[in-house]
Design a protein around this ligand. Structure first.
Ligand SMILES: Nc1ncnc2c1ncn2[C@@H]1O[C@H](COP(=O)(O)OP(=O)(O)OP(=O)(O)O)[C@@H](O)[C@H]1O
Length: 543
């Protein structure tokens, strides 16, 4: 029944905002097309005066937080949407009315199994922020620390599940009937969203991500991540150190505090590349609401990151892919890019390198038309993925996540300091990464990494060798080879032993001749010389 009511609401919003403009009517079967043209909503011309992208944004707001968040995430898929639609959806803000503080307290008390007044010296009933998934309250621990308490909205899981089911129905219809239905992969996009949003519901996993990121940047002047109070963390409640930075989007305040905007913008890029190439662990939800700046030293501004619900990790293969390709790209060596793809099996071995190189060149050259400081790494990667997909390369979701984060970071950096030269900030990172990866130190590190395993296996070595020989023996052809080799070895050993014997006899005979030659009255000189000659001949011929 509830589902039906929700469906009616969606239909109403669809009609109200005339979202039929997104439906390619000419591709529908004739009866649906007829129904479409006769539909009474077509008499509602009012919203038509508004661009359809704006109408879609307003419709998502009307449908509530789950749809708003979907729109926000969708806005980062610039590989799928038109620039106009992506820009419009990026305006979505998931500020939603808070739920009651009484309810928030109940959830906290149930999760932490204690009274709020026994856990906190102070608990602010007015929430600090209220978003689609969670609400945040400021508080103070009994030990005096200022903290924030993040509480997941009640019953949000059921709401998400229901809304996503409806989104999937819409996605299936879209995939079936829309002109771009297959290319835009709507079902995959919705499934992806389901995965992301459910991931955000587990605050224990968010707390663990925060702790890891904090450790990675311990003592770094670049980034600060607030501490987590594990004793007070559960799946739906998280208590974290409160931070007091300036929101990164508040450029006016940052400037008024005398912040060095160039350093700030460069540090953003540095943080990103360090996360990717040093730690292989990156904050993947770097929207302005999650980034603050500590301006205590305006010449050395430090980033503060919160909300580590979405993080990305890269395998060594992904890192390798990224670093080598970015370096080759910036040297405009498209042949190298194409070769790398084929060599590492990212695209099929049958791919013609020259043809692939041409395809990459044609999408990248226009980008390099611009001055270096205007080139977008994110766009570049996006283009590369698009070409690679045409050549049947499955781009890993982690790389797509990274590319979206990179677009965010770049946008942010250029907003702070429009002349930001990403390449000169990133190049040293990439190059030192390559050196670290390929240089003697990397080999030494690898030996060090493997050594414990080798040592651990040391005592089992004879057994391992024996086992390998046994398994080797199991193959008849190998056995025959092995037997042959053994025979060869035996006969060679045999030969060597015989040779040694003959050499000994020859030496003995020659030595006897020598002795008799120098011993008066033993034999005459001729007999002695004959003995010496016989001994030498014996050695030469039989030894
Ligand atoms: N440690 C903190 N110290 C101070 N303020 C905080 C802290 N954590 C969160 N906030 C405030 O609460 C707001 C929402 O927090 P957070 O981003 O973690 O929630 P969210 O529900 O995951 O939101 P979204 O996913 O929409 O970004 C932040 O924008 C910030 O203003």
């Amino acid at each position: 029944m509830q589902q039906l009511r929700r469906l009616i609401t969606i239909a109403y919003v669809f009609i109200k905002y005339r979202l039929d403009d997104f439906v390619p009517v000419h591709l529908l079967p004739w009866y649906l097309r007829l129904a479409f043209y006769l539909a009474p909503w077509r008499l509602n011309p009012l919203p038509k005066r508004m661009p359809k992208e704006k109408r879609l944004r307003l419709a998502l707001i009307k449908l509530g937080p789950i749809f708003i968040k979907f729109g926000q995430i969708l806005s980062t898929r610039r590989d799928l949407l038109s620039p106009k639609l992506a820009a419009e959806l990026a305006k979505l803000q998931d500020k939603v009315p808070p739920f009651s503080s009484r309810l928030a307290k109940n959830i906290i008390e149930q999760a932490l199994e204690d009274d709020v007044s026994k856990i906190f010296a102070r608990f602010d009933t007015d929430p600090l922020a209220s978003a689609s998934i969670a609400q945040v309250h400021a508080a103070q621990l009994l030990s005096g620390e200022e903290v924030v308490v993040k509480v997941i909205r009640p019953n949000i899981e059921r709401t998400i599940e229901k809304d996503i089911r409806l989104m999937l129905v819409a996605a299936r219809l879209f995939q079936r009937y829309a002109r771009d239905g297959k290319r835009l992969k709507p079902i995959e996009v919705v499934e992806d969203y389901r995965h992301t949003i459910f991931g955000e519901l587990d605050l224990m996993s968010e707390a663990a991500n925060c702790a890891q990121l904090r450790r990675n940047f311990q003592d770094s002047p670049l980034l600060y991540v607030p501490d987590v109070y594990w004793d007070w963390c559960r799946e739906n409640v998280m208590v974290q150190e409160r931070i007091y930075g300036t929101p990164i989007g508040d450029v006016e305040t940052l400037i008024s505090k005398g912040t060095n905007m160039k350093v700030l913008a460069e540090r953003g890029v540095e943080i990103f590349f360090r996360q990717v190439f040093q730690d292989s662990f990156f904050h993947a939800d770097m929207h302005p609401g999650n980034i603050f700046v500590d301006c205590q030293d305006p010449e050395s501004p430090r980033y503060i990151a919160i909300d580590c619900g979405i993080v990305g990790t890269l395998s060594e293969v992904d890192q390798d892919y990224l670093a080598r390709n970015l370096l080759a790209f910036f040297n405009q060596d498209y042949h190298e890019v194409a070769r790398l793809h084929v060599e590492s099996g990212w695209v099929g071995a049958e791919t013609r390198i020259n043809e692939f190189e041409g395809a990459i060149r044609s999408v990248c050259e226009p980008i390099f038309e611009k001055p270096l400081e205007e080139i977008s790494f994110g766009q570049l990667l996006l283009r590369l993925f698009q070409v690679a997909r045409r050549y049947n390369m499955e781009v890993q979701p982690q790389l797509v996540l990274l590319q979206k984060t990179l677009l965010n970071i770049e946008g942010l950096g250029r907003q702070l300091y429009p002349q930001l030269d990403l390449w000169s900030t990133a190049k040293p990172y990439l190059e030192s990464w390559m050196k670290r990866r390929m240089g003697p130190q990397a080999i030494w590190q690898e030996i060090k990494r493997q050594a414990p395993a080798w040592i651990a296996h040391g005592p089992q070595m004879p057994e391992l060798i024996r086992n390998s020989l046994i398994s080797f023996n199991q193959y008849p052809q190998h056995q025959a080879q092995l037997n042959k080799r053994l025979e060869n070895i035996e006969s060679s050993l045999d030969g060597q032993a015989k040779g040694r014997k003959h050499r000994a006899v020859g030496t003995l005979v020659a030595a006897l001749g020598l002795v008799s030659l120098h011993t008066p009255y033993m034999w005459d000189a001729q007999a002695s010389s004959s003995l010496i000659a016989l001994g030498i001949a014996w050695i030469l011929l039989r030894g």
